[in-house]
Design a protein around this ligand. Structure first.
Ligand code: FAD
Length: 378
């Protein structure tokens, strides 16, 4: 495809804002958006003309470039691939799983390989109905960009909406508080007393590396569950596939067991060997100088790292009035990703509610394929 062919065709043009009429807009150029675009392209839509992908970030890779530097995948490269092209093997003498940068490189090359022409950086501010016609168009507005589309795929992930629980004293605490999404590397905590909050993989991995340079304390709301050493993300994906097959055959399936359980990646195993993986019950409040439990016990600390998860980043869809109390948008249809309240909208990659294991690299493929099939069959 030449550059000339790939450039979107403006229906109208103003200096302040480029305005395009297209078939499908995909919001989000992370793995979920790319996987969906892969199948839409394979169905014949031309990226950059009929299919436009818009991303808020200034570089490829979805949220992966913003994750902490030492992050490792919880499964090998061969189990971390998007449709069409396998993630290249990670050649590591320690036989560890691929690091964050390997994923960024893979996603960067993936969008080049399939000429997906992601428009960035443009943060989508709103998606609205052009008029009352249920078969009419959706208007997608981003900074510097206005798009009119037959259908919209939202694939904005969860990284942009870190979840902070509310505890008394959070405003009183004089030390540093940060969410896992703002954590970068352990060195900035060298010599400090650090409390790591959360019972999932992020908390375990951050605790593992912070504890190499700081005095780290782990607190969790329930006892953490560790997967056996020989179980990793591969098991989660196998379970997810079994669930898809069961549902297709009309059978019941319990779902992706253990998705929140802690995978014993190398750094977490080392932390266990050092005796670091001891979880304390959750504190009840923060004080000016630390944390306090219900029984009056206190602990002084310099920093609290909240590894308390994420919520779907759906603020750009507010004007459509689709969100329910749990913060989700009901989905269904053959793809399982089509908004019940707005059939021109699909949601891909947010978690099990938009497809089993769809918030993982290898798990998003089936949801993406079904979404593209439903969109192109209309
Ligand atoms: P993202 O990667 O977050 O991409 C969303 C894109 O949408 C971003 O580029 C963002 O800029 C853009 N965007 C957001 N809002 C807007 C907007 N309004 N307008 C335009 N663009 C917007 N999965 C695995 O398979 N293996 C693992 O080992 C693994 N480890 C993980 C470790 C951590 C700490 C986390 C948080 C997740 C991990 N995951 C893992 C899960 C999953 O693979 C990632 O969360 C992945 O980033 C989700 O991809 P996505 O495309 O849905 O979202």
């Amino acid at each position: 495809m030449s550059d000339e062919q790939a450039a979107p065709v403006p229906s109208r043009y103003s200096e302040a804002r480029q305005e395009f009429e297209v078939d499908v807009v995909v919001i989000g150029g992370g793995q979920a958006g790319l996987a969906t675009a892969f199948y839409l392209r394979r169905a014949g839509l031309v990226p950059g003309r009929e299919l436009v992908i818009v991303d808020a970030a200034d570089r490829p890779g979805g949220s992966w470039p913003r994750m902490w530097h030492g992050l490792r995948l919880f499964s090998p490269a061969g189990f971390s691939s998007l449709p069409g092209w396998m993630m290249p093997p990670w050649d590591d003498a320690t036989r560890g799983f691929p690091p964050r940068d390997h994923v960024v490189e893979y996603l960067t090359r993936y969008e080049e390989k399939y000429d997906l022409h992601v428009l960035r950086p443009h943060r989508v501010e709103s998606v609205r109905r052009a008029d009352e016609d249920p078969g009419g168009r959706l208007l997608v507005t981003a900074d510097g960009l206005a798009l009119s589309a037959r259908a919209v795929v939202s694939a904005t992930g969860t990284w942009d909406r870190p979840f902070w629980p509310a505890y008394p004293g959070m405003r009183t605490f004089a030390g540093r508080q940060l969410h896992a999404s703002d954590y970068r590397q352990p060195e900035e905590f060298a010599g400090q007393r650090v409390v790591v909050v959360g019972g999932g993989n992020s908390a375990a991995q951050i605790l593992a590396e912070v504890s190499t340079v700081a005095q780290a304390t782990w607190v969790t709301t329930r006892p953490p569950r560790f997967l056996p050493d020989d179980v990793d993300g591969r098991v989660l994906f196998t379970t997810a596939r079994a669930r898809i097959e069961a549902l297709e055959q009309g059978r019941e399936h319990a779902g992706v067991a253990g998705l929140g359980d802690i995978v014993m990646v190398a750094s977490v195993k080392h932390a266990r060997d050092r005796g670091v993986l001891r979880a304390n019950p959750m504190f009840t409040r923060l004080t000016a100088g630390g944390i306090a439990w219900a029984d009056g016990t206190t602990l002084a600390c310099d920093a609290v790292i909240w590894c308390t998860g994420f919520r779907p980043a759906l603020g750009h869809l507010r004007a459509l009035g689709l969100r329910t109390r749990d913060g989700h948008i009901p989905v269904g249809g053959p793809s399982g990703t089509r908004s019940v309240g707005e059939p021109r909208l699909h949601l891909v990659g947010y978690g099990d509610w938009t497809g089993p294991a769809s918030a993982t690299l290898s798990g998003v493929g089936p949801s993406a394929r079904a979404t593209a099939a439903e969109l192109t069959s209309r």
